[in-house]
Design a protein around this ligand. Structure first.
Ligand code: AMP
Ligand code: ZN
Length: 499
C-alpha cells in the first residue's frame, strides 16, 4: 500500500507516510457561513470527501476535521445588509451548509468545530505568539510580524520584496508595521460581535481560527491540510507562519493538498460577473451523483470549466453505470434459487480475471495522487465488460453463474463506493425493493428521469394486467422514441438507455 500525493509545499508527488502508522489525520478549511455555497465550493468539498473515502478504502483509519468559520467580516457585512444579528446569519447558513453536504452524500466530518466555540484557545495561541516575540499589539489589534518568521512564503513561493512594492500604498492607513503583517486579533467596532481579551474587546482573525482549531484537534504535525487553491496565499501561508512560530519551528502539516478551482465557462465565479451558480439551484434539477460524477471526471488539482453541457454529459455517464448495476441486480435476483456452483465456463473465468485486474488498475490510478478521472475510466471498462457478459448470458440463455454475478457486483459497488458514488442518503437501492420486477435506478433528489421512466413503466404494467395491450404498446413505443429500450422478461420488465 503506497499512495502518492502532490504536496503543494514541496511541489512534488510524495509518498504519503502518516505521522502514525495506518492512521491519517486531516483538516480541511470549512465554509465561512454567510451565504449558500456555490458549485465551486461544492467541488472542493466533494474532492476531499473522495480523498477521505479512498484513504479508507486503501486501509487507513481517517480522522477528518473541518471547521465552520462563523465570525468574519463577510458575516458582519451580510448581517448589516439584512438587518439581523451576525449569530442569525451564521446559524442560518451553517444549517444550510450541512443540508447541502448531506444532499451531496458527503460524509459529515468526525469533528466540526465552530470558530466561536474556540475563542479561549485562540486567545491562548495569540498570547503565546506575543510572548515569543512574533506578534505585536497596536491600538486594540494584534498583528503577526511576518518579518520575524524566516520561512514566510515557503508554501506560496511568493517573492515578498516584489509583493511589497505592489502593496506599499495600503500600509499607511493600517495600524501595522509592515503591509504583510496580518491580524491575529481585531478590535471590534460598536455593534460587531466581540469577546473580552487582554487587548480589549475584539474578535479573532480568520487565519488564527484555522491554526488553533486544527492543532487543538489534531496536534502539531498532522498529516493532511486541505482547501481550495485560492487559499494557498495568504490563508495557508499565514497558518504555517503562526503555527510553526507557536510550536518553536516544529512542522505544522506534513502534506498540503489543494483542490483546483471551478470556473463558469472559463471565467471565475464572481458577484460582479453575475455568474454564481448556487449548489441548491443545481440540486433542484440534478441529482447529487450527477454533480459528483462531473467533479470526479477531472483530476482534483486541475481547473474545471463548468458549462451548459457539463451536467448532461455527467448524467449520461452516470446512467451507464446505473443501468449496468440494475441489470446485474436483476439477474442476481433471478439467480436466487440457483446454487453458487464453482464450475465456471471459460467466459466466466475471463470476466472474473478482468474484474480483478481492473481493481488493481483502479487502485494504481487512485494511488497516483487520487486520479479519479483515470479511475473512472477503469469503472467504465468494467461496465462495458459486464454489459457484454450479460448480453451474451441473455442471448445464449444459460445460467449466468451466481458467483460470477456476485463478484461483478462486489467489484462495481466497491469501486463506485471508493469514489463516493451512489452513497447518498436517498439512494437508488430502495427503489429496487419498491418495484421488485423493475430495472433502472432512482435519483436522490426529487423525481429523476429514471423515476419518471419507472412510473411510466408501472402504468404500462397496469395496462397490461388489464389486457389493454394497445395502450401498453404506445407507452413502450413512446419510450423507444426517447431512447429507452424496454424488455419484457419473465417476472416483469427491464429497461435501459440505448447507448
Ligand atoms: P469559503 O467559504 O469562501 O472559504 O470557501 C470554502 C471552500 O471552497 C474553500 O476551500 C475554498 O478554497 C473553496 N472554493 C471557493 N471558490 C471555489 C471555486 N471557484 N472552485 C473551487 N473551490 C472553491
Ligand atoms: Zn482555513
Amino acid at each position: 500500500m503506497s499512495i502518492k500525493a502532490y504536496n503543494t509545499l514541496t511541489r512534488k508527488k510524495e509518498e504519503l507516510v502518516p505521522r502514525e502508522e495506518g492512521k491519517v489525520s486531516m483538516y480541511v478549511c470549512g465554509p465561512t457561513v454567510y451565504n449558500y455555497i456555490h458549485i465551486g465550493n461544492a467541488r472542493t468539498f466533494i474532492n476531499f470527501d473522495m480523498i477521505r473515502r479512498y484513504l479508507r478504502f486503501a486501509g487507513f483509519e481517517v480522522t477528518y476535521v473541518q471547521n465552520i468559520t462563523d465570525v468574519d467580516d463577510k458575516i458582519i457585512g451580510k448581517a448589516s445588509e439584512e438587518g439581523v444579528s451576525t449569530g442569525a446569519v451564521a446559524e442560518k447558513y451553517r444549517v444550510a451548509f450541512e443540508e447541502d453536504m448531506a444532499a451531496l452524500g458527503i460524509e459529515p466530518p468526525d469533528i466540526a468545530p465552530r470558530a466561536t466555540e474556540c475563542i479561549p484557545d485562540m486567545l491562548e495561541f495569540i498570547e503565546a505568539l506575543l510572548e515569543k516575540g512574533y506578534a505585536y499589539e497596536s491600538d486594540g489589534d494584534v498583528y503577526f510580524e511576518v518579518e520575524k518568521f524566516a520561512d514566510y512564503g515557503k508554501l506560496s513561493r511568493r517573492n515578498l520584496e516584489e509583493q511589497r512594492m505592489t502593496v506599499q500604498c495600503e500600509v499607511e492607513a493600517a495600524r501595522k508595521r509592515d503591509p504583510f503583517d496580518f491580524a491575529l486579533w481585531k478590535a471590534s467596532k460598536p455593534g460587531e460581535p466581540s469577546w473580552e481579551s487582554p487587548w480589549g474587546p475584539g474578535r479573532p482573525g480568520w487565519h488564527i481560527e484555522c491554526s488553533t482549531m486544527s492543532i487543538k484537534y489534531l496536534g502539531t504535525g498532522f498529516d493532511i491540510h486541505g482547501g481550495g487553491q485560492d487559499l494557498i496565499f495568504p490563508h495557508h501561508e499565514n497558518e504555517i507562519a503562526q503555527s510553526e512560530a507557536y510550536a518553536d519551528g516544529a512542522l505544522f502539516v506534513r502534506y498540503w493538498l489543494h483542490s483546483g478551482m471551478l470556473n463558469i465557462d472559463r471565467e471565475k465565479m464572481s458577484k460582479s460577473l453575475g455568474n454564481i451558480e448556487l449548489l441548491r439551484d443545481i440540486l433542484s434539477e440534478h441529482d447529487a451523483d450527477t454533480v459528483r460524477m462531473l467533479m470526479l471526471g477531472t483530476h482534483y488539482r486541475s481547473p474545471l470549466s463548468f458549462g451548459d453541457n457539463s451536467l448532461a454529459e455527467a448524467h449520461a455517464s452516470l446512467s451507464r453505470i446505473r443501468n449496468c448495476a440494475f441489470n446485474l441486480e436483476d439477474l442476481i435476483r433471478k439467480a436466487e434459487g440457483e446454487k453458487a456452483g464453482l464450475h465456471h465456463s471459460d467466459r466466466q473465468t475471463m470476466l472474473v480475471h478482468f474484474l480483478n485486474e481492473a481493481e488493481d488498475e483502479f487502485r494504481k490510478h487512485m494511488d497516483d495522487d487520487f486520479n479519479s478521472a483515470a479511475a473512472l475510466g477503469v469503472v467504465f471498462g468494467v461496465v462495458r465488460e459486464i454489459n457484454s457478459y450479460l448480453d451474451e448470458a441473455g442471448d445464449i440463455k444459460t445460467p449466468a453463474g451466481k458467483l460470477v454475478l456476485l463478484e461483478a457486483r462486489r467489484v462495481l459497488d466497491g469501486l463506485c463506493g471508493a469514489l463516493g458514488l451512489f452513497q447518498g442518503a436517498a439512494e437508488a437501492e430502495s427503489s429496487v425493493e419498491r418495484v421488485p420486477a423493475a430495472g433502472g435506478p432512482a435519483g436522490a433528489q426529487g423525481p429523476s428521469r429514471e423515476q419518471l421512466i419507472e412510473l411510466l413503466l408501472r402504468v404500462r404494467e397496469t395496462a397490461r394486467e388489464g389486457r389493454n395491450f394497445e395502450f401498453a404498446d404506445r407507452i413502450r413505443d413512446g419510450l423507444a422514441e426517447l431512447g429507452v429500450r424496454v424488455e419484457d422478461v419473465q417476472d416483469g420488465f427491464r429497461w435501459r438507455l440505448e447507448r
